[in-house]
Design a protein around this ligand. Sequence first.
Ligand code: SF4
Length: 169
Amino acid sequence: MGCKKIRLAGIAYESLVNGPGMRRVFFAQGCRHNCKGCFNPSTHDFKGGQLKDIDKLVCDIKDNPMVSGVTFSGGDPFEQPEEFAYMADKIKELNLNIWCYTGYTFESIVNGSDMAKKCLLNNVDVLVDGKFEENKKDTKLKFKGSSNQRIIDVKKSLDSNDVIVLTFS
Ligand code: SF4
């Protein structure tokens, strides 16, 4: 059986800007949202980037004890839901919290019929949702690009059937 692979645009090994603390960030390759003013159009092509072995990526996280969490960014991780859900499962065994950025909204995932996307949502702790909207861009916002995006506590939101938003300043 072959190793499980994921298509990535890149990795940030010690990021301080993609969630709290020092984080390992995996940038998914592939995005269909086409947000005007997208900060990284080279991540859109579904055939671009590089295929990486998921187990090896997770193993590499252990090599740096300074890393306190993991972030999935993009591109859009929700275009590879099975692969990122598998990765999230493995990362949880390391007791690290997981943030995930997506151009989809929380409601569209919860109310949609795509079971793989729901599974990925269930496997992350925090979802930063929604497309980047250039007219709502605000460089003062922490951990997000435009004011329509929300930093959502996934478990609390699913438990309470409401959207519980976290604030950072
Ligand atoms: S979701 Fe992100 S990567 Fe995709 S088009 Fe929008 S800003 Fe760009």
